[in-house]
Design a protein around this ligand. Structure first.
Ligand code: ADP
Ligand code: ZN
Ligand code: ZN
Length: 816
């Protein structure tokens, strides 16, 4: 028990920024602890709360008024008390209600609360059968006919907006009744039955043969699960009960962890480090246990960064510290997890979205209980409930996947340094192509740089040749995209039995279907974006909202059936390559081929076992993979990301190209890259060709400085969206006016805050929502945050949900 938990501070998973004080009935105080969930009364209903500790405020004035908790929902805490300041920081910085920060951090399915549900009355049924109802009323009552429905589910079922007053009116008229129902809490610990022998002496004669067999198995195995016992004695389940009643065995329910690791892994041994690696390891390990510090490991592709991570991790583990490793996406977790498990064994836990809620909860518990001392995961693993971290490693730190969009918007890379600073440990960020932000932190001495300039075993960096696509612009068919140079190189590679990677950052067959009669592109019904033809799925699809139309659809403008399938995607590229090299074994790795669980692993295995000759893929293939037999990388069109209306377009292009190029020549044989582009002179492309990060940085940072873009300033974007175009625009304009008024009113404080917009977003509509933006830019981060805080606190209704939504994106990465 912690000290005096009679009054506790509780964060509630509702859109409120403050925490609340509750009293704890005496019978509960022994079980109360920070990090547990409690069920509390809140307004008219019951909600889940998270215990933040003993009440801090001291002024517990209205003890009589104070409500007390109704229940404690956990036996063991879900997070250590050291994470409470972390949650508070996130809430404050990213402007997100603190209880909802915790809810986002925890494995899903743990939230239990009262939901409103509605049921139809007799009168309602009558009306439905005989009354004259509006279509929407008919729709709603119809849904309720067979069962009670949670209001939130009802909203999902009805395909149009339900005015918030409508249900209320129905209730007033006696057509429906409303009540509160506890729901949620779907994720539970898995319990299994374990059997073992007791000390009771066994009668030698009275037992049947099968019972004797059970006893014999238990004698050898000790305590085992009933499931395991059934492998030897199929009928065991029925027989152990009487054995228990006779006192010969005991049966216990115990917690087991669901196993997300499919296969066992051979242990490996640490490499002998080369000089550069050695220096990086000792330089950073020296600072373990000495408080907060961030290192940026800049190592060219194939320089052995992972080995550096593992040896620093080993040092931290030696000191009895834990290790947190962040990896940008699931495909890379597999690779990292394998290497770490081979080195460190069973103490490795993984956290990512491909785990089932139950598996995730179990991994979480292993970390929390101290059974796992290394955790590897995607961005959400930044919340791993460790209390004694030695080092937080962020691999491929430049990767945009670290940015969480939607609900709680955060950047896990940035949070890594925040968490490290709060607990006083190391952060180790690594990349071949660091983000401009992080390298600027090196330049301004906030971070310390470690470098690996050469590949392991002196392997050369690949040789990059540029092919100017303007020369083939007017060609027809395949040659326009698979130029003679590329084709030649592919042929030679295949003849040598080597592997090829073809990179095109666009999935689908044709990304730009256009009507052959009237020239109009095929557009999404809900988004301001053109549809992509997916041949395998036999449909046009929207990559933003998932809208889909049959591949046989006609032009929506003139009705012509003659659609020209312009625009190249990976699916079409794969077909082209097949027609040129019919004997080659070709595989494709993109969002479409990796939907099913295990499919990524299968694709990676194909490369490893050399059953794949050519891999066609999107940016998924660009990231961090180590494919030793790939000697040729073909970049089909280097310019796709260059034309985005975003100040980071150059940075993204450089990173992507340098990373893809880095997949070549990682084994014994040297690699070659053919980079096809319409802009051979663009500095992002030229720098990627040279794999020269510093040259790129020097150029790019100059632009940022001239325009006061990050890292020279900070940004907060207000993302305004709504279903009605006029309402959305009005709300955006109102928000813009409020910003300007605030700035004028406090001109001295907010001089450094620049207000841009409101403007319509470059993607004007997504999933049926119209989109506007206001961009706040500030040279002074503190003033900028104070500005948004004041804006929020003075105008709560403007930020409240419905019908127009305002999302606050602090340090936005995707500005379109
Ligand atoms: P990076 O992440 O820097 O691109 P990796 O960590 O994937 O590079 O390392 C590339 C390859 O080199 C891997 O196959 C790894 O096992 C191997 N490697 C790493 N360190 C050494 C070393 N000191 N000696 C030999 N091989 C090494
Ligand atoms: Zn048409
Ligand atoms: Zn769409």
């Amino acid at each position: 028990m912690e000290t005096d938990m009679r009054y506790i501070e509780v964060a509630i998973s509702l859109p409120v920024y403050q925490t609340f004080t509750y009293s704890v009935p005496e019978s509960f105080t022994d079980f109360m602890a920070t990090g547990k969930r409690v069920l509390v009364p809140f307004g008219r209903r019951r909600e889940t709360g998270y215990v933040f500790g003993q009440n801090q405020g001291a002024d517990i004035a209205d003890i009589k008024e104070m409500k007390s908790i109704l229940d404690i929902l956990d036996e063991q805490p879900l997070f250590p008390s050291s994470m409470v300041p972390f949650f508070r920081w996130i809430s404050d910085y990213y402007k997100y209600p603190v209880g909802q920060v915790v809810k986002n951090a925890l494995p899903g399915g743990l939230n239990i609360r009262d939901y409103a549900s509605v049921a139809i009355t007799e009168k309602g049924r009558n009306e439905l059968d005989h009354g004259r109802l509006a279509p929407i009323a008919k729709d709603i009552l119809g849904q309720l006919q067979s069962k009670t429905i949670l209001v939130k589910d009802l909203y999902k079922k009805i395909d149009q907006d339900i005015p918030s007053t409508l249900l209320y009116t129905f209730e007033q008229c006696g057509l429906i009744t409303r009540k509160w129902e506890l729901a949620g809490d779907k994720t539970k610990a898995r319990l299994e039955r374990f059997v073992r022998l007791t000390d009771t002496a066994l009668p030698a004669d009275r037992l049947s043969a099968t019972r004797t067999k059970i006893i014999d198995v238990l004698k050898i195995e000790g305590e085992i699960t009933v499931k395991k016992l059934k492998e030897s004695v199929p009928t065991a389940a029925a027989l152990i009960k009487p054995l228990e009643s006779d006192g010969f065995v005991t049966i216990d329910h115990k917690r087991v962890y669901r196993d997300p690791f499919g296969e066992s892994i051979e242990p490996d041994r640490a490499y002998i480090l080369n000089q550069e690696q050695q220096k990086a390891v000792s330089q950073s390990s020296n600072y373990l246990t000495k408080g907060y510090k961030t290192f940026l490991l800049r190592g060219v592709t194939g320089s052995g960064k992972t080995e550096v991570y593992m040896q620093v991790a080993a040092e931290a583990l030696k000191n009895k510290h834990t290790v947190l490793v962040l990896v940008p996406e699931i495909a890379l977790i597999t690779q990292m997890e394998k290497r770490f498990r081979a080195r460190f064994g069973e103490c490795v836990a993984v956290l990512h979205s491909a785990l089932s809620a139950g598996e995730r909860y179990d991994q979480w518990s292993r970390i929390m209980q101290g059974e796992a001392t290394v955790a590897i995961g995607a961005r959400s693993a930044i919340f791993a409930p460790f209390s004694n971290i030695g080092v937080i490693i962020v691999d491929e730190e430049h990767d945009a996947s670290y940015k969480q969009e939607g609900s709680l918007r955060y950047n896990a890379r940035d949070l890594a340094t925040v968490r490290a600073k709060q607990i006083g440990c190391l952060a180790l960020l690594g990349s071949a192509t660091p983000s401009i932000q992080s390298y600027y932190n090196v330049a301004t001495k906030k971070f310390t740089e470690l470098t690996l300039e050469t590949r392991v075993e002196q392997r050369p960096l690949p040789d990059v040749s540029i092919v100017d696509l303007r020369q083939t612009r007017d060609m027809r068919g395949i040659r326009r995209f698979i130029t003679p140079e590329l084709q030649q190189a592919m042929k030679a590679s295949l003849e040598r039995g080597e592997q090829i990677l073809l990179f095109l950052n666009r999935r689908g067959y044709a990304s730009f279907p256009v009507c052959g009669a009237c020239g109009q592109p095929m557009r999404c019904k809900h988004c301001d974006i053109s549809l992509t033809l997916h041949q395998q799925a036999n449909a046009y699809r929207c990559h933003y909202c998932g809208f889909s139309r049959a591949a046989t659809s006609k032009c929506g403008f003139c009705g012509s059936a003659k659609i020209r399938h312009l625009g190249l995607g990976t699916e079409k590229l794969e077909a082209m390559v097949t027609s040129i090299f019919p004997k080659a074994r070709i595989a494709r790795m993109d969002g479409d081929t990796t939907q099913r669980k295990g499919s990524i692993l299968k694709l990676l295995k194909g490369l490893k076992n050399k059953t794949t000759d050519i891999l066609v893929g999107t940016q998924m293939v660009a990231k961090g993979h180590d494919f030793p037999n790939i000697t040729l990388v073909g970049i089909i069109c280097a310019d796709l990301s260059l034309s985005f209306p975003d100040f980071r377009a150059g940075e993204r292009t450089f990173q992507l190209l340098a990373q893809v190029a880095g997949r070549a020549g990682r084994g014994d044989r040297p690699g070659r890259v053919i980079l096809q582009t319409y802009n051979p002179d663009h500095f992002s492309i030229a720098a990627a060709r040279q794999q020269d990060y510093i040259a790129f940085y020097e150029q790019e940072i100059g632009f940022r400085k001239a325009l006061n873009y990050p890292p020279y300033s900070r940004m907060i974007q207000l993302k305004i969206s709504g279903k009605d175009p006029q309402e959305t625009e009005n709300h955006a304009r109102l928000l813009g006016d409020l910003c300007r008024t605030l700035k004028v009113k406090h001109s001295a404080d907010y001089q450094s805050v620049e207000i841009m917009g409101p403007i319509e977003a470059s993607l004007t509509r997504i999933a049926g929502r119209y989109r506007w933006q206001v961009l706040l830019k500030g040279l002074n981060a503190k003033a900028l945050h104070q500005f948004i805080n004041q804006l929020l606190s003075e105008n709560p209704p403007v930020f409240a949900r419905q019908p127009v939504l305002v999302a606050i994106d602090v340090d936005p990465l995707f500005m379109m």
